[in-house]
Write a protein that binds this ligand. Structure first.
Ligand SMILES: O=c1[nH]c(=O)c2ncn([C@@H]3O[C@H](CO)[C@@H](O)[C@H]3O)c2[nH]1
Length: 316
């Protein structure tokens, strides 16, 4: 695992754990390419207080309590507190209904936003944020932000238009996507191609690393959900794929353009993400003159799955 500290990409994972968040966090901890500066928490798969508890618990479960956890916002940027929580995907505890004991460690005495700003000031221009939940904590300017968010020219997973993280706080997403930061968006067009199959799951079950053992314990409900909701024998690797784009960006290809997000005020397609694909329009539009982001368009899915498996199947 040894790699000079300076050579490792400094990452902060903004997360709402979440079963696939747990996979992504473990892959990050097992990736010598990355130095995990901290976890910041948000709502989405669970409420923020539970996200914080789960983040602390996951780090305790694999002996990485050296990594700080900072708690994020409990409400959207417009202060909405009635949130859509995906307990039907991850269980009511967010981690497969396993009744894990409460963590004994505590979050740092700093909000997620303050932690992000502090780390960005400490390492100017060097911090990559991997955002695996709604973007409320990030509606401020940071270095590079890799976002699990959007569905580019494919259907959403909340409604035909919206992907869950954009749906969670589309106003925050529109601020972040148009703020001029160095942004890479990983959407459902890519993550729905990256599937951990039943065969992969069996391989994980047969190996004896603490990461695989933990993930196999919590994965059942996530598999059941995918069988019901998507009629597939496997699970989509949304969060791990996003994290792996920080580990090895060459496993995807990217395009660049302006992405705008529709707020919940727009009832039928609240959370809709639409990228401007460089057609020439005579009209002034919501995209005209706005700053661009990078969006992943293709993925080497087998290579992403293989990298994830390789990272999780052995201990340190
Ligand atoms: O509300 C949701 N509905 C889903 O079908 C679904 N499938 C996965 N997810 C979570 O949302 C992010 C991707 O949109 C990931 O963090 C999944 O855990 C979902 N959220």
């Amino acid at each position: 695992m040894a790699a000079a500290e300076g050579a490792r990409k400094k990452v902060i994972i903004d997360t709402d754990p979440g079963i696939d968040d747990a996979m992504a966090i473990f892959v990050a901890l097992r990736s010598p390419e990355l130095q995990v500066l901290g976890l910041t928490t948000t709502f989405g798969n669970v409420h923020t207080a539970l996200a914080t508890r789960n983040a602390l618990h996951l780090l305790e479960a694999v002996g990485r309590t050296d990594i700080p956890v900072a708690e994020g916002s409990h409400v959207t940027v417009k202060k909405a507190s009635k949130l859509r929580i995906a307990s039907f995907v991850h269980g009511s505890d967010g981690l497969g209904n396993q009744d894990f004991p409460a963590p004994t460690t505590k979050p740092v005495d700093q909000t997620a936003a303050a932690f992000l700003v502090e780390q960005a000031n400490l390492y100017p221009g060097q911090v990559t944020v991997v955002a695996l939940g709604p973007l409320t904590n990030l509606a401020l300017k940071i270095g590079q932000i890799i976002i699990l968010g959007g569905a580019y020219s494919v259907n959403g997973n909340v409604n035909p238009a919206a992907e869950a993280n954009i749906f969670g706080d589309p106003d925050a997403a529109d601020i972040v996507f148009t703020c001029g930061a160095d942004i890479l968006a990983i959407g459902l067009n890519v993550t729905h191609q990256v599937v951990l199959t039943d065969t992969d799951r069996e391989k994980l079950e047969q190996c004896d690393s603490k990461y695989a053992r933990y993930l196999c314990k919590i994965m059942g409900i996530y598999y059941d959900y995918h069988k019901d909701a998507y009629l597939i024998k496997g699970v989509y690797l949304h969060d791990p794929t996003t994290l792996i784009s920080a580990v090895n960006p060459s496993l995807m290809t990217y395009t660049e353009g302006v992405v705008r997000l529709w707020s919940l005020d727009c009832v039928y397609n609240g959370g809709f993400s639409l990228m401007y694909w460089f057609c020439r329009y005579g009209e002034i539009t919501a995209w005209t003159g706005m700053l661009t982001v990078k969006v992943a368009v293709t993925v080497d899915a087998p290579a992403v799955v293989e990298l994830m498996m390789q990272r999780l199947m052995t201990d340190d």
